[in-house]
Design a protein around this ligand. Structure first.
Ligand SMILES: [Zn+2]
Length: 441
């Protein structure tokens, strides 16, 4: 059987809906096939065409059917560069078309060891939120990823928008693509051979991706894993049988090595306690060695942790650096080491059993997410904390009318662009059923 593994420039390939595409150029090559830039002959629109090395697929006919099913059910969200249409079987192999990557996106692998940098701390947090939201959409649609790794994402470092590619191996729950994933991203129970990929193992991989995004190093690579060559025996040991989180609370045997894991050492200190705790829980002994589902944060939980982080970005009053501040305690600036005094926070009702709050500190922001129940929009600013000597206020940047109550029973309303002065014990009804409470430290 002769297989045409490579397409020629100007070759025409027929899609199953009868349209044809013309090959323009090769874009890239991977383990499963080659990606070409093509032109749709009916509209002139350019697309990407993935063309398979059919010999690399376990069950080519089954895989073709699997892709067809995914095309029919459609992408989980606009963040996915999803297979759009299959080609006919052509010279004993096949492919599918999808959108081309827009410009401005950088592959996630460049963020590892910090070869790419975000334009701002907000863009970095937004990228994390967008990754989590994409996986929430994927899981809600009944899929799991199976092969989550650094080759799957591209991020716009200017605004944190995220695109997810290589969706060929996305499977419905219970399905199994035969792909085990990259060992550094795989849940340890898969590396140990105890389990096949599912939603729960995806959640482990998601925590790895978030850690790398923030810290620029791998959560399981430290003192213990520092070997000259990472053989498969070592891979199994470090990522499956004896994994230890580099910042494990109770076990310091795998701490990052100065000079080698520079990014993790430099960046860990910039994150507030609740983010560190979320990672310590995700990579706890229970999660790593027992695959404990309670240790792994659900996507919704990550969103609440990350929104808290996003709200807490302010300028250090001493050195003007961007800092993520704590809400319920003082802290020292990670850059200039001076004390940053935090007088209190606005406490919102808990969500998914995660604390929701914003620090009362000049520059801290409130988003629609905080004040509108079930609001998914995490980027529209609804308020900002203003600070003057001896006085703090919350400026209403939303379209809702707020009602502020003082402990003495008096109340006042604040419309768009008006400022509510905050005091201990005050409550703010944001107008849609969510009430925030002013807490002092
Ligand atoms: Zn400072």
């Amino acid at each position: 059987m002769s297989v045409q593994t490579r397409l020629e420039r100007n070759q025409k390939v027929r899609l199953i809906d009868g349209r044809t595409v013309t090959v323009i150029d090769k874009l890239g090559e991977g383990g499963q096939g080659i990606v070409y830039k093509v032109r749709l002959d009916n509209t002139g629109k350019e697309k990407a065409l993935k063309w398979y090395y059919v010999s690399k697929l376990n069950d080519p006919k089954g895989f073709y059917k699997h892709l067809q099913d995914n095309i029919e059910s459609g992408p989980p969200s606009s963040a996915f560069i999803w297979p759009e249409q299959l080609t006919e079987w052509t010279n004993n192999t096949f492919g599918y078309i999808m959108d081309l990557y827009p410009s401005g996106y950088v592959g996630f692998s460049k963020f590892i060891t910090a070869r790419a940098n975000f334009a701002s701390a907000t863009a970095m947090v937004d990228a994390a939120i967008n990754i989590v939201k994409a996986f929430e959409a994927l899981h809600n649609k009944g899929y799991n990823y199976q092969d989550l790794n650094d080759g799957n994402f591209s991020i716009n470092p200017n605004d944190g928008s995220v695109l997810i590619c290589d969706n060929d191996n996305v499977m419905g729950h219970g399905g199994y693509s035969g792909i085990l994933g990259k060992s550094r991203y795989m849940a340890p129970e898969i590396v140990r051979g105890e389990k096949k990929p599912d939603k729960l193992t995806d959640r482990f991989s998601l925590a790895v991706v978030l850690f790398i995004l923030f810290m620029g190093d791998h959560p399981l690579e430290g003192k213990k894993t520092n070997v000259p060559a990472l053989t498969s025996k070592y891979e199994k040991k470090f990522f499956g049988e004896e994994p230890v989180f580099i910042y494990d609370k109770n076990n310091d045997s795998n701490r990052p090595i100065p000079g080698l894991h520079r990014n993790a050492i430099a960046r860990w200190k910039y994150f507030p306690s609740y983010v560190k705790e979320a990672f310590q829980q995700s990579f706890s002994k229970e999660s790593l060695l027992k695959g404990d589902s309670n240790s792994r944060l659900l996507e919704a939980m990550w969103i609440h942790v990350l929104m808290r982080l996003k709200s807490s970005l302010v300028k250090c009053p001493h050195c003007n650096s961007d800092v993520f501040i704590e809400s319920d305690r003082d802290m020292s600036c990670p850059d200039c080491k001076n004390n940053i005094h935090i007088i209190g926070y606005i406490k919102f009702p808990k969500r998914a059993n995660i604390n929701v709050c914003i620090p009362i500190y000049g520059g801290a922001k409130l988003y629609d997410y905080h004040i509108v129940p079930a609001e998914k929009n995490s980027s529209s600013c609804a308020g900002i904390v203003l600070e003057k000597p001896g006085k703090v206020g919350l400026k209403n940047l939303s379209k809702l009318k707020w009602t502020i109550k003082a402990p003495d029973g008096s109340s006042a309303t604040r419309d768009t662009n008006e400022v509510a002065v905050l005091g201990k014990g005050f409550t703010i009804d944001f107008g849609k059923g969510i009430v925030g409470e002013v807490m002092s430290n």
